[in-house]
Design a protein around this ligand. Structure first.
Ligand SMILES: Nc1ncnc2c1ncn2[C@@H]1O[C@H](COP(=O)(O)OP(=O)(O)OP(=O)(O)O)[C@@H](O)[C@H]1O
Ligand SMILES: [Mg+2]
Length: 247
């Protein structure tokens, strides 16, 4: 099993949208597990048709496997996740060990994280083979990125393990019609080209419909949905190649 953590301290940058679509996409080919670590439970709601009996909080308390429900399985979020914060850091290692115990049960695991650097996000970092950071095209969204990169290094160093691969910053609600966003994107590409993911997810109304209907954009009708589907599937193709999935 290969594990991807989707992470950004900033809220509302499209993390959950990416995880939901990654779940639908990878489940076409792979035994796919998604883990909802955000007590807001947006992922659990969107992927409601695929929810396991196992709660994500259980993975922190003792070594636990998530019972698969089909090609796509969600370890669901509960408010009890808040209890993970402010307790002993040992829970982070238990979470890592829970994921390790499922190494042969799933091919890929994608973790949705809350918008904060907390025990839960550190657990995700400790378990991850790769990390991707969705970003909004605005200055605020970028401010947390240095902190995230420091956390990736810090967790690896503290636990004396190799760093997860950083797949890059992914503009994930990119409004191409906005001159300001296009300009910011250009300057980002110039300054941070090497840590920018080679792909984007454009801002499109069809994504809120997708969340409401619990369906990926590529299953929805209309030209906008088709364009969105091709675009976001291209992002996951690149992710799969970078993570050497199926290799
Ligand atoms: N590419 C997009 N185009 C249009 N709307 C989008 C896009 N991606 C996400 N959204 C919408 O923007 C809102 C925030 O997205 P999402 O919940 O995925 O962000 P998040 O980073 O997970 O937020 P949080 O930090 O609160 O968990 C949602 O209403 C979602 O439907
Ligand atoms: Mg979210």
């Amino acid at each position: 099993m290969k594990t991807l953590a989707v992470m950004n301290e900033k809220g509302g940058v499209g993390k959950t949208n990416i995880v939901a679509h990654a779940g639908w996409y990878f489940a076409e080919q792979f035994r796919t597990l998604t883990i909802d670590l955000d007590q807001q439970a947006n992922l659990t709601t969107t992927l409601g048709a695929h929810v396991s009996r196992t709660s994500s909080v259980d993975l922190f308390s003792e070594v636990t496997k998530v019972e698969p429900v089909g090609p796509l399985t969600v370890a669901r979020s509960t408010r009890e996740l808040l209890g993970i914060e402010g307790v002993d850091r040992a829970v982070i290692e238990t979470f890592r060990d829970s994921l390790a115990s499922m190494a042969d049960d799933y091919d890929i695991c994608i973790i949705d994280t809350p918008p904060a650097l907390t025990n839960r996000t550190f657990g995700a970092l400790l378990a991850a083979d790769a990390v991707i950071a969705p970003i909004g095209m605005n200055d605020y969204s970028l401010q947390g990125v240095a902190e995230l990169l420091r956390a990736i290094k810090g967790v690896a160093k503290y636990y004396n393990r190799p760093e997860p691969r950083f797949l890059g910053l992914l503009p994930s609600i990119f409004d191409r019609k906005s001159r300001r966003e296009r300009d910011l994107f250009e300057s980002l590409a110039e300054q941070l080209g090497q840590i920018l993911f080679p792909g984007i997810v454009a801002k499109r109304d069809v994504y809120s419909r997708s969340a409401g209907e619990g369906q990926p954009v590529w299953n929805m009708k209309g030209a906008a949905a088709r364009d969105a589907g091709n675009e976001i599937r291209g992002v996951f193709e690149t992710v799969a190649a970078k993570m050497e999935l199926g290799a």
